[in-house]
Design a protein around this ligand. Structure first.
Ligand SMILES: [Zn+2]
Ligand SMILES: [Zn+2]
Length: 174
């Protein structure tokens, strides 16, 4: 027996020939099942955006629309759409939503922390590399070691510069 192609969406197997697979993937049955599969993972915001501009499907509500999830008319009732609108509105009005900082806010906060903390961190457990990334080191370093010049590399104080051009691919090979 030749190779078989199994379609997860349709729970169907077929001869693994490119033309057969291509025809299957273009088929309405397959496309309906794929859309239906992804529909269940969409958040209400996405569904509202997609359904908001569609007219209600009169066939679906009388029980005979065969297009399923690929229908160009909406299969959501006005009540369902309203419920989603209310859900989304409630979500955006909740204090929880407001306390969730945006990426922009987090970045700004990091930038201001950076200018406050630089030089004040006595233990030197926080370093900022040249890309502006903060690294909090899990250890502290005794400043006493700084008085010695010829320390073995393993106990020298690390600077962000030590990691420039570090070749991580080779770690552990020797
Ligand atoms: Zn399929
Ligand atoms: Zn429909």
């Amino acid at each position: 027996m030749g190779k078989r192609y199994y379609c997860d969406y349709c729970d169907k197997s077929m001869v693994a020939a490119p033309t057969i697979i291509r025809t299957h993937i273009k088929g309405v049955v397959h496309q309906k099942l794929v859309s239906a599969h992804y529909q269940q993972f969409k958040d209400p915001e996405t569904i509202l955006k997609e359904e908001g501009s569609k007219k209600p499907c009169s066939r679906f509500f009388s029980g005979d629309c065969h297009f399923g999830a690929i229908c160009r008319y909406s299969h959501y009732t006005p009540d369902q759409i309203n419920a989603m609108r209310n859900y989304v509105a409630a979500k955006y009005n909740s204090p929880n939503h407001l306390s969730q900082p945006s990426f922009e806010d987090l970045y700004q906060r990091l930038q201001s922390e950076k200018s406050i903390k630089t030089g004040l961190d006595e233990q030197d457990t926080v370093i900022y590399d040249e890309c502006g990334v903060t690294h909090v080191l899990p250890w502290t370093y005794s400043p006493v070691f700084d008085n010695y010049n010829c320390l073995p590399p393993s106990i020298r104080r690390l600077k962000s510069g030590d990691f420039v051009n570090a070749c991580f691919m080779q770690w552990g090979l020797n």
